[in-house]
Write a new protein. Structure first.
Length: 285
């Protein structure tokens, strides 16, 4: 059976494999297709697409947007984005500017907590978009923490001592932006938005009205019961099923490419379904 992975990250954002290494790793893992969906950037897409041709792995150009939500963590994956869209690049430039301000605020908080860490060191850890995983890597290297979970649980996560909120774009802006470039918007890791069944149902319905077209039915942390719940939501709101591991490399060592925590399997028919949906809308695949 042919497996795919439609949610992955590279060094262009906060992953630890370069776009080329990621595609080659997908080939070694036996995947027939992969989507590179880095946070707020498309910088890794040309390299990934080129490597995909050489490695005989289908590469779907994508991105992942952090979107403002009053409920929970709202991330939207865009599949089949235009890697050379000037409009997307301008928005991502603005987002990166806001991210820099946030990173500086987080590093300042870490310094106030007694950690010897500087923005220069953080920048030295990143090949692309700078984020909290790069700070966690320095903390680990200097022996301040034992693992990445400790960094996020105690310091960098939403309940951490050094947390600083990020200004995200609105859901309306995100969907309009993705649709303007003929991308297909997918709700990533839906249970991070809410684990409450009624809240999640309401929010998915609201996002559908704004332009949501798909939802990650298959995800690394989903149990069989969770997968079934999202399948029902997908049917209720006529959303296209998608799925992926959210692979980041050594930053999240428990997540394997195409396998998640070990039990993930996204069949190629999921990609076939998304392609058929796009073709029905007159969009390129």
């Amino acid at each position: 059976m042919s497996a795919i992975d439609l949610h992955t990250h590279s060094t262009a954002s906060d992953g630890t494999l370069s776009p080329a290494e990621l595609v080659r790793a997908a080939k070694e893992a036996g995947l027939s297709a992969i989507a590179l969906t880095d946070h707020d950037t498309m910088d890794g897409l040309p390299e990934a697409l080129e490597t995909g041709v050489k490695a005989d792995v289908e590469v779907i150009p994508g991105c992942e947007l952090s979107v403002h939500s009053d409920v929970g963590v709202l991330h939207v994956v865009g599949l089949w984005v235009d890697p050379y869209s000037d409009r997307l690049k301008r928005v991502f430039d603005d987002v990166r500017g806001m991210r820099i301000e946030r990173n500086e605020a987080v590093v300042e908080k870490l310094q106030q907590l007694g950690f010897d860490i500087s923005m220069e060191e953080v920048q030295g850890q990143a090949a692309g978009t700078i984020g909290r995983p790069h700070m966690a890597r320095i903390m680990l290297q200097k022996g301040y923490i034992k693992n990445y979970d400790e960094a996020f649980n105690n310091y960098l996560g939403k309940k951490g001592k050094a947390y600083f909120p990020k200004n995200n774009i609105s859901a309306e802006e995100a969907f309009e932006l993705l649709h303007s470039t003929d991308a297909t918007p997918i709700l990533a890791h839906p249970f991070l938005l809410s684990k409450n069944e009624d809240v999640l149902d309401r929010e998915v319905g609201r996002l559908k009205e704004m332009g949501l077209q798909g939802i990650e039915v298959y995800y690394s942390s989903h149990t069989i019961e969770m997968t079934d719940r999202i399948k029902r939501l997908a049917r209720k709101y006529n959303l296209q099923p998608s799925g992926g591991s959210d692979f980041h490399g050594s930053v999240k060592p428990e997540i394997q490419l195409g396998k998640g925590a070990g039990k993930l399997f996204v069949h190629h028919s999921v990609l076939d379904g998304l392609k058929a949906f796009r073709q029905s809308k007159g969009l390129k695949i």
